[in-house]
Design a protein around this ligand. Structure first.
Ligand SMILES: *Cc1c(COP(=O)(O)O)cnc(C)c1O
Length: 495
């Protein structure tokens, strides 16, 4: 299987090359040249497998220059029970027709671990497969969760260095502490004055700066990405939708081939796009509900067909979804309308900040996707209601998802089961979760963890215990235009 650009450029690389390179050279995103499909009996086979086996099986369909045994060995290490305490992606039954797919049992308590525990292993193997002698320098822009998960995944991986940029006031106290206290000899963390889109735009600019690439090359270094624009992030995310479907069958909740609906709290459109690929592969998914917070640009896009980023940016209690440019939407446009149209729309987005899709493409979107959103007040209410009525504690992002799932389900009567992706541990956003239930603020953002535990009788996950007692290693804050010089400084390269 080969990987090509969503914008039709000349790149034509294997999976290892796509993972190593991150972004296609024309600025587009890598996509497989065809999507594999499940054959008869495949899902039944997957039902009998463990999570690492399901992951290796599905990844082997996309990453054809890795052997199944290589992938299985990496998946067993990545999703081991000591890293994912309580299971890799357990399904919690909330009510007769609603299931919560818990994707946050990994080492940083957010769903990003599902990809970022395996991707560094894939990159490491990719460097060997392509006989790479240079150091891979991973550049990451984060709205909070990716940064920590990438740091943890790439920490002390041979042949790799990683640098993370985050918006100084755009992440929670816990997220900031998680990153500032990161261990490892090959990791760097830097805050910028600006929001997530500034960080992401800055990183994309550095990636497409050919002079800088040459300078690095002379110093035996090259850039690579860990953001969800990298195919190595997306492929592992397809797995848990298939896995959830298998678990529903195994638990007797659905029969073989029965349709389900899926709701995903969405930011950069990576997670929900992975669900769509699962659907393209033949997983019986009926509708994909794209759940947004107050930054509801995707809701508007899916409703009207116009994507318009010329609007205010809101800082919400679900910061990992505070995004105005959802990069992975480009992959969906490509799959549904081809490279030429995608390149045109992306050019419009770049110059005008907006674009409108034609009626044919809009009709295709409508076949699969529904866009809904949940404001701050209803996010808090959803957390409280779910705890009081179901005895189940959810984080702010999951609350947005669950609320949108309920909005959707209230309007239909097809009886299909709904799976809601749960993207973070409630303890990662403890202050807002506590406030939503208790009706008053905790003493401070850090004491909130203990206060939430006392209030709800639930356990703090192991990655977040004693977070305030670790040594702060990274304190740098810079202006966004200084990102390139900070990169060179970190690498010890004179411009
Ligand atoms: C990253 C993230 C999201 C958004 O996922 P996308 O793939 O960017 O759409 C939602 N919730 C949490 C907790 C996240 O960390």
């Amino acid at each position: 299987m080969n990987y090509i650009s969503t914008r039709g450029g000349k790149d034509f690389v294997g999976a290892a090359g796509a993972i190593k390179q991150g972004l296609a050279s024309d600025g587009g995103l890598f996509m497989p040249d065809k999507i594999p499909t499940f054959g008869k009996g495949d899902i039944a086979k997957l039902c009998a497998m463990s999570y690492p086996e399901r992951a290796a099986y599905i990844l082997s369909l996309f990453l054809t220059d890795y052997t199944y045994d290589e992938l299985l060995s990496d998946c067993e290490k990545a999703y081991s029970p000591d890293r994912f305490v309580g299971g890799a992606a357990p399904l919690h039954k909330l009510s007769d027709d609603t299931f919560v797919l818990e994707l946050w049992h990994g080492p940083t308590s957010a769903f990003k671990d599902m990809a970022l525990q395996i991707m560094p292993r894939l990159l490491s193997a990719a460097l060997k497969k392509t006989e790479e002698s240079r150091t891979a320098f991973i550049l990451v822009a984060t709205s909070g969760d990716t940064g920590k998960a990438a740091l943890e995944g790439y920490r002390d991986v041979d042949g790799v260095k990683i640098m993370v940029f985050y918006p100084v006031d755009g992440v929670s106290r816990v997220q900031k502490l998680q990153m500032a206290t990161q261990l490892g000899e090959n990791v760097y963390v830097c805050a910028i004055e600006g929001n997530f889109d500034d960080a992401q735009t800055g990183v994309k600019k550095i990636f497409s700066d050919t002079e800088m690439a040459e300078l690095l090359n002379k110093n035996n270094v090259f850039f690579s990405s860990a953001n969800s624009i990298n195919w190595g992030r997306l492929a592992p995310q397809i797995v848990y939708y298939v896995s959830a479907y298998c678990d529903l069958i195994n638990k007797g909740e659905i029969i073989a081939d029965e349709m389900i609906d899926v709701t995903v709290p969405t930011g950069n459109f990576g997670n929900i796009f992975a669900a769509y690929i699962a659907k393209m592969m033949g997983l019986p998914i009926n509708r994909l509900v794209c759940a947004s917070n107050k930054n509801n640009i995707l809701t508007d896009f899916l409703t009207t067909g116009t994507y318009d980023r010329n609007r205010g940016f809101h800082t919400t209690m679900s910061p990992s979804m505070d995004i105005l440019i959802s990069s992975n939407l480009e992959r969906l446009l490509y799959v549904m309308s081809g490279a030429e149209n995608t390149a045109e729309l992306m050019k419009k987005l770049n110059t005008d900040g907006c674009y409108t899709i034609d009626a044919a493409l809009k009709a295709k979107l409508d076949e699969h996707f529904t866009g809904l959103f949940c404001d701050e007040e209803n996010t808090a209410l959803e957390i409280k209601r779910t705890f009081n009525e179901n005895g189940y504690l959810i984080d702010t992002h999951t609350a947005v998802g669950l609320n949108c799932a309920k909005q959707y389900m209230a309007k239909k009567s097809d009886g299909l089961k709904m799976v809601v992706a749960s993207t973070a541990s409630p303890y990662k956003f403890a202050a807002d979760v506590y406030k939503s239930i208790a009706g008053k603020a905790p003493a401070d953002e850090l004491s909130a963890l203990g206060e939430l535990k006392a209030l709800t009788g639930t356990e703090i996950p192991y990655p977040l215990c004693d977070i305030d007692k670790r040594e702060i290693r990274f304190k740098t804050v810079i202006e966004k235009q200084d990102m390139p010089s900070e990169v060179l400084k970190t690498l010890g390269i004179d411009a």
